[in-house]
Design a protein around this ligand. Structure first.
Ligand code: NDP
Length: 389
């Protein structure tokens, strides 16, 4: 790339928590980065506003029903307007796109990520579900098509930063977890928690789905799987450590016993910016860590009895094949059901465990197998939902 040319970034999920923070990074470094494509699912007004401000080459609204609104809202601007999931897959392959930020949520992120990889695009990966569902396939394709994957998830960015300059293998990854809003709750208390309580994360402001996953610790389970595929380690080499202050974003231990950690104030713009600028670091105006203000850093063992999802995710990782895909699909169903007040907090793990028992296991799944598994597991999980709580 010409040094003077801006990096052209396609943001899948521009209207979400990661997407809007990515746009702040692009705005702060508008001499280096350009929002070349912006996409959303439903929030068409916000997408139109963003397009007016950032003037991308193209916008895509996944929900086709919203196409007319978007086209009319941008009629006076030279911006191409597309709709539908297929358009997402096509737009990421456009020649000028240098990097694709996968900031859409859930299984829906898999197909466009694979399309982008097949076009050899660099991936700034926020959509962890892609690696949870199909880590082996995604890694193989990234290798075949020479597509770099840079993590955006704060823990994985921390690990990635700890590995910069290292040539020796990892002995152990220390994956930190805030423990979420229910860290100290008993099982009896967990049985009673509400959606409003679960949506109130102590340290991070994120989209609804990942906030619920954080409260249930499924997010940490997914991050263990994500770490396996990103860093090529075995599950036994990944230790989850509850660290309620979220200052140590994760750490890596090496063969000599040395441990490198990455620290900072919780702010997703840091890992987003690093994914854009890697291997460089850019100046930022983000809040600096003051160790005198964060002088107490504590670490606890996770409790997989109270937070069963973490154990289920490890089980899926050990079993391999399409089992993580099954867990992801069941989790998407129960996560939504919890947000719709259709299921209790602890019942979420019960439905996931039942779905793991009943869905068809495939040891070496193809892409088509993943699509079928996702559909089958969603059907099974939905069949296990109570009508009302
Ligand atoms: P949000 O819910 O805030 O945003 C999701 C974005 O994806 C929105 O732009 C949404 O569009 C779009 N979207 C949702 N469903 C679809 C679909 N079916 N097709 C196309 N677009 C869709 O999520 P977050 O930003 O919190 O998370 C995004 C991803 O990043 C997730 O995979 C999450 O696990 C991961 N992540 C998030 C972190 C965070 O701090 N938020 C931290 C680490 C990882 P619309 O607005 O129109 O609904």
């Amino acid at each position: 790339m010409d040094m003077k040319e801006k990096k052209k970034i396609a943001i899948l999920g521009a209207t979400g928590s990661i997407g809007t923070q990515a746009l702040q990074v692009i705005e702060e470094h508008s001499d280096l980065y350009e929002a070349y494509v912006l996409t959303a699912n439903n929030r068409v007004e916000l997408l139109a506003e963003q397009a007016r401000r950032f003037l991308p080459e193209a916008v895509v609204i996944a929900n086709k029903d919203k196409y007319g609104y978007l086209r009319d809202a941008l009629a006076d601007l030279p911006i191409k307007v597309y709709a539908g999931a297929d358009a997402l897959c096509q737009i990421v392959q456009e020649k000028p796109v240098d990097m694709v930020l996968t900031a859409m949520v859930g299984f829906a992120g898999l197909q466009p990520t694979i399309s982008a990889i097949k076009a050899g695009k660099a991936i700034a990966l926020a959509n962890k579900e892609t690696l949870v569902v199909a880590g082996e396939l995604v890694n193989r394709l990234a290798n075949d098509y020479h597509a770099d994957i840079v993590p955006v998830d704060s823990e994985h960015s921390a690990i990635f930063q700890c590995l910069a300059g290292e040539v020796s293998p990892i002995e152990k990854i220390i994956l930190t977890a805030s423990g979420g809003p229910f860290r100290t709750f008993s099982r009896e208390q967990l049985a009673q928690v509400t959606k409003a309580q679960a949506l109130h994360h102590p340290n991070w402001s994120m989209g609804a789905k990942i906030t619920i996953d954080s409260a249930s610790m499924m997010n940490k389970g997914f991050e263990v799987i994500e770490a396996k595929w990103l860093f090529g380690v075995e599950p036994e080499q990944i230790q989850v450590v509850v660290h309620p202050q979220s200052i140590v974003h994760s750490a890596v231990q090496f063969a000599d016993g040395a441990v490198k950690a990455q620290l900072g104030v919780p702010d997703m713009r840091v890992p987003i910016q690093y994914a854009f600028s890697y291997p460089l670091r850019l100046k930022s105006s983000f809040e600096r860590l003051d160790l005198f203000k964060s002088s107490t850093l504590t670490f606890e063992e996770p409790d997989t009895k109270r937070f069963r999802n973490l154990a289920l995710a490890y089980e899926a990782l050990h079993k391999g094949g399409n089992m993580p895909c099954i867990v992801n699909a069941a989790n998407e169903v129960v996560n939504r059901a919890f947000l719709e007040d259709r299921i209790g907090f602890l019942q979420m793990s019960d439905v996931i465990a039942d779905t793991m028992q009943k869905a068809t296991f495939i040891a070496c799944p193809t892409y088509e197998d993943y699509l079928q598994t996702d559909a089958e597991a969603r059907r099974i999980a939905a069949g296990h939902l109570p009508d009302t709580v």
